[in-house]
Design a protein. Structure first.
Lengths: 321, 444
């Protein structure tokens, strides 16, 4: 976590902040016209703040080369957080707590946006991981989620077909067998004999119900599955199904209902599909939390880069005049 | 049941480590991730957009360089708003005094000739006059610019005459009392505010009292500060005090009686009196037969009568009437010499024709205070019965509004100047085309 083990940054940063505050107060008190950005002390604060801002922006570069020997990324991250806060204070001292106008005002607004988004990000990155541990028991790599969802859908189709025979789903490029044995992927490049073997299993499963629960229960299960379960097993499930399976209790309640209307022979399949839906629900929770965990970066990083460019323009133009 | 007819075995879902590991697509990092890609693109696009967006402003298109201005400039310089180089003449340096002095003279400190101290350090124009602070008035500088030196004057200048002057703000104990308060008015004229402004209303010589301040103290509408026009006999006193010029002590003139001229030249008065009686004598040759006062003895001759009545009239005029207001400073050629009054304005200086200002170092505008009742500041005016009373307000009278208001009313520059305006000269005046050309080159 970002804030863990931050003592080595808190104390020096606080000390520098206090010293800067004392220097600013002394300078403001001695300055007949009040503090201003163009005065010598104001420029010193500006240079210090800008130096830190440039250092802050180097974090992206450091992350791009994780194996570089210039300090651990965690060290850089903590420095980024604490020095970032210090730089905001220094820039406030530079401006003399004036907002300015034109480019100066724009820079202040951008700096506020960057700082607030950064603080928001630190809070999220402190809180969300622990929350995710509580809510998501089977956390996956975020990039895997679309593939996992596809796999869950395929697996659920296959298991339901044990009770209903062919569901008539033709949208997938690959077939695999899960309920009939160890998972095997088969694509056209694989050996034809293995593919043919699996093909036979698939055709048999689709041809007839492998677990006979009767026509009416099978039709009812098929209807429930196609209308309420399967739509949830997509990357972007419908709002209706998201609401239907919003919590673990709701998932359990839904499948409890199915158990009451289906014969006992369907129990193993229902239990497995319930586990699949629950896993999908947890992946949805993980996606939601993951987006919150990183969404602030879409503001923080691009705005920081734009801010850096405009800061350099501001510095050059201000010194020129 | 044949092998083909046997149903497929249903394998239960197992979520062990192996099955989970089998799900991992090891090639996932090489696959596109729209969120990661979007962030990467934004990280490049945002600074590029910022750089591209700032270019027109850097090029000054449409007065675009204004966005680099640190703030609005003062009202008087607003015409330079779009022409930064009018003042910012050098690169990577602050505004130089020469840029200011191309239009303004900026004569040196001290502001008043009464002070002759020399500053140890002459501050630059921009040190006190801060631009880009909004539509301010540049002359209204922050107090710190003044008190930085005036709180310890002897350390900041040489030849300081004022002893113990340590001024840190316009507050009791931090600013000296106005010197005028300790002065007395030695003007040789008997002025009496109390008589003219009695507490109880009364009528004297058909004049209703109390008078109002403005009856005598009239503001000069042509003066920017609405200075008061000096009080004169002709303008302000004659209406009520014309009897003080009457000399016909024996009441022989009747309808042709004319008051003596209001002049400090006794010979002119004498000539007027003689001429008046001669005309009366011409009109009525029997006048010498009439008694003069209680003397019933007829005059020996018209000349003797004339000489007697002129003497009595002048004695009456000079000894009683003129003295009603004026003081004498001896005799000359048999006539009293009336002490010079000088214009009734400021501090009377016997040896100088022009009075000195009551406020030696401060400025005051009656116009700025026109909403305030005179007595609010000149609190002692109604009870003053002596010329010596100086009715200039004390510092305490000003402190009611100034000093602790927390507004610009407390500023040193509200009452004091920095530059010696008496030494200010016009800078080279330029034709308007040249000035406009400097500001707006397209005007040519």
């Amino acid at each position: 976590m970002i804030l863990a083990d931050s003592q080595r940054w808190i104390f020096p940063t606080t000390a520098v902040a206090l010293a800067s505050t004392a220097a600013f107060l002394l300078y403001a008190w001695m300055s007949p016209n009040g503090p201003s950005g163009g005065s010598i002390p104001g420029l010193i604060f500006a240079f210090a703040g800008t130096f830190i801002i440039i250092f802050e922006c180097l974090l992206s570069l450091r992350k791009k080369y994780p194996a570089s020997p210039i300090g651990r990324v965690s060290w850089w991250l903590r420095a980024h957080v604490w020095l970032g806060l210090l730089s905001f204070l220094l820039i406030l001292f530079h401006t003399g707590f004036q907002w300015g106008q034109g480019l100066a005002a724009l820079l202040m607004w951008l700096f506020v946006l960057i700082t607030v988004s950064g603080i928001f990000g630190v809070v999220l990155q402190t809180w969300i991981p622990s929350r995710m541990m509580e809510l998501v028991r089977r956390e996956a790599l975020f990039d895997h989620i679309p593939m996992l969802v596809w796999e869950l859908r395929m697996e659920a189709d296959e298991r339901i077909e044990f009770l209903t025979a062919d569901l008539g789903m033709k949208d997938d490029l690959m077939e695999f067998v899960r309920a009939g044995g160890v998972k095997q992927y088969f694509d056209p490049d694989q050996k034809a004999s293995a593919a043919l073997k699996v093909q036979a299993v698939v055709e048999k499963r689709k041809a007839t119900r492998q677990i006979d629960i009767g026509d009416a229960p099978a039709a009812a299960l098929k209807a429930h599955y196609l209308e309420e379960v399967r739509p949830f097993l997509f990357e972007s499930p419908s709002a209706y199904t998201r609401k239907l399976y919003a919590t673990a209790d709701k998932v359990a309640a839904y499948f409890s209902h199915l158990r009451t209307i289906l014969p006992l022979e369907a129990e193993p399949v229902l239990t497995d599909v319930e586990a699949i839906v629950e896993e999908r629900r947890q992946l949805a929770v993980q996606s939601f939390l993951h987006r919150w965990l990183h969404a602030w970066l879409y503001v923080h990083v691009p705005v920081s880069m734009a801010f850096l460019v405009l800061t350099l323009v501001h510095a050059v133009i201000s010194l020129r005049y | 049941m044949s092998k083909e007819d046997k149903p497929l075995d249903y394998e239960r879902r197992i979520q062990d480590t192996k099955s989970v590991a089998q799900r991992v697509d090891l090639d996932y990092l090489n696959k596109p991730n729209r969120f990661r890609d979007l962030r990467r693109k934004l990280t490049w696009l945002a600074p590029l957009a910022a750089a591209a967006g700032i270019v027109p402003f850097l090029a000054g298109i449409g007065g675009g360089e204004k966005i680099f201005s640190n703030g609005l400039i003062s009202r008087s310089h607003a015409i330079f708003e779009h022409k930064c180089s009018s003042c910012h003449t050098g690169l990577f340096t602050s505004v130089k005094d020469a840029a200011c002095k191309s239009c303004h003279d900026g004569p040196p400190h001290p502001a008043k000739s009464v002070d002759t101290a020399k500053l140890n350090f002459e501050p630059g124009c921009a040190q006190c006059h801060l631009e880009h602070q909004g539509r301010t008035v540049l002359a209204e500088v922050a107090d710190g610019n003044c008190t930085g030196c005036h709180s310890n004057l002897t350390a900041s200048a040489t030849g300081v005459k004022i002893s113990g002057a340590s001024i840190s703000s316009f507050r009791e104990g931090k600013h000296p009392e106005f010197p005028a308060v300790k002065l007395t008015d030695s003007r040789p004229l008997k002025l009496n505010h109390a008589i003219h402004m009695p507490a109880e209303p009364k009528t004297i010589r058909n004049i209703k009292l109390p008078m109002k301040c403005g009856d005598c103290h009239v503001t000069d509408l042509n003066s920017p500060a609405s200075d008061l026009i000096p009080v004169t006999f002709e303008q302000n006193c004659r209406e009520c005090h014309k009897r003080e010029l009457e000399f016909d002590v024996h009441q022989v003139l009747g309808a042709i009686s004319a008051p003596a001229p209001h002049t400090k030249d006794p010979l002119t008065i004498h000539a007027h009196i003689v001429e008046t009686y001669q005309r009366a004598l011409t009109a009525n040759p029997f006048l010498p037969q009439r008694p003069l006062g209680r003397d019933f003895t007829p005059a020996a001759s018209p000349a003797a009568w004339l000489e007697r009545i002129v003497r009595d009239s002048e004695s009456f005029l000079f000894d009683r009437k003129c003295k009603y207001c004026h003081e004498y400073e001896g005799q000359k050629d048999g006539f009293p010499v009336i002490a010079k009054v000088a214009p009734i304005r400021g501090h009377f200086q016997p040896a100088k024709p022009e009075p000195a200002a009551w406020l030696l170092r401060g400025e005051f505008s009656h116009r700025a205070h026109r909403a305030v009742d005179c007595a609010s500041c000149h609190s002692g005016a109604k009870s003053s019965s002596k010329t010596a009373d100086v009715l200039i307000p004390k510092m305490a009278d000003c402190l009611i509004c100034h000093g602790a208001s927390g507004t610009h009313l407390d500023n040193c520059s509200q009452c004091h100047l920095y530059h010696n305006k008496a030494r200010e000269s016009d800078k080279d005046r330029r034709p308007v085309e040249q000035l406009l050309g400097r500001l707006f080159p397209e005007a040519h």
